[in-house]
Design a protein around this ligand. Structure first.
Ligand code: NAI
Ligand code: MG
Length: 335
């Protein structure tokens, strides 16, 4: 998941959004500014507040800022999230949703040695609700699976494995029941796998996977799956490693890439300086890796690890009492 060139200067679209989105974004920029990389931040508005102010939660101006940038950092939107983030993903053809599931120390992780990536197809399948309609008897939701989209995401997963020294990719589906759609998905998976002889390919049913995630999560390195299964399994993964304050994500597409924490605007704690900035920071680290700034990514992640290991400066969700900015300052001091 990386661009080929490393540039002298990057244009980064910064969209803090609503609620704690703004707080975790400020904390993250504080660290990015310490990394000796030339970032040109272009701020854009989106979300509930923006909707009230400008009449639309996602102005064309903001979309253009994202289009023109090398990458985008997104905080969180509130009630308008579907109109903002889902629309950005569609507009920018962001077909791959990446969610790393990794356990960190001093968190509520169920195991201390979990480290895998979920690669979720983001453009089709049951999750695309425009294929849903009411009928006389009830309702129908169509599940559209195309060779093109599934081949693209599966190839992305193998390529990710190759670039990140992972030895195995696991396809997750329900082909024993959904024989045509998931049967096709499984078939494509093994076809694509032939291009990657050095990487082991295996497949599991989604229900079994849901269990393995809790009983033997260490068996996974890279999971590739369709849209709705990916949505569900990635939240299970979040629970596995200790909750929303720690889970980053990336949306990668033909026309751009956007990095965001999985959490929302958290109105219950917004404005109080209580938000854990680490999910947003780990999202920024995914962006650094996407930009091939691997050294900076390592340095940033190591500083976060140090603060988590020390266990002295943690936000409330991790059992501490430090503020968002105190955590950011501690991470900055450990760079
Ligand atoms: P949420 O993720 O905002 O909050 C869920 C719970 O987790 C809350 O108790 C919150 O305080 C806590 N939490 C979340 N992030 C945290 C952090 N960084 N540090 C400490 N605690 C944290 O989800 P919720 O409550 O379902 O939705 C709130 C609003 O966010 C809604 O308006 C929803 O539409 C929006 N939302 C936006 C998303 C996006 O922009 N991508 C994603 C999910 C929800
Ligand atoms: Mg979800």
């Amino acid at each position: 998941m990386s661009t080929s060139k490393t540039k002298d200067k990057y244009q980064i679209a910064v969209i803090p959004g609503d609620g704690i989105g703004k707080e975790v974004m400020d904390a993250t920029i504080l660290i990015l500014d310490e990394l000796d990389i030339d970032f040109d931040y272009v701020y854009g508005e989106a979300g509930d507040e923006c909707g009230k102010k400008t009449g639309t939660p996602l102005p064309e101006k903001t979309l253009n800022i994202i289009r023109n940038a090398d990458a985008c950092l997104f905080g969180a939107a509130g009630e308008t999230a579907a109109d903002v983030i889902v629309k950005i993903r569609q507009e920018m053809k962001m077909y791959a949703n990446l969610r790393p599931i990794k356990s960190y120390p001093n968190t509520n992780a169920l195991f201390d040695d979990v480290d895998f990536m979920i690669v979720r197809e983001n453009t089709e399948g049951l999750y695309i609700a425009d294929k849903e309609e009411l009928t006389e008897d009830g309702a129908i939701a169509k599940r559209v699976i195309t060779k093109k989209a599934e081949e693209r995401i599966i190839d992305y997963a193998f390529n990710y494995a190759k670039e990140n020294n992972k030895s195995k990719v696991t396809a997750v589906h329900k082909a024993n029941v959904l024989k045509k759609s998931d049967g096709l998905f499984r078939q494509i998976f093994y076809d694509v796998a032939e291009k990657y002889p050095d990487i082991e390919a295996e497949d599991f049913y989604v229900d079994a996977t849901a269990m393995y995630l809790i009983t033997q999560p260490q068996k996974f390195e890279v999971i590739v799956t369709t849209n709705l299964f990916g949505d569900i399994l990635s939240d299970e993964g979040a629970g596995l490693v200790g909750g929303l304050g720690l889970i980053p994500s990336a949306n990668i597409g033909e026309d751009g890439a956007l990095f965001e924490p999985v959490h929302g605007s958290a109105p219950d704690i917004a404005g109080e300086g209580k938000a854990n900035p680490i999910a947003m920071m780990l999202s920024a680290i995914m962006m650094l890796r996407y930009l091939n700034e691997n050294e900076a990514a390592e340095k940033f992640e190591a500083a976060i690890l140090k603060v988590l290991n020390d266990g002295e400066t943690l936000t409330g969700d991790l059992g501490g009492s430090s503020s968002t900015i105190e955590v950011a300052e501690a991470i900055k001091n450990n760079l």
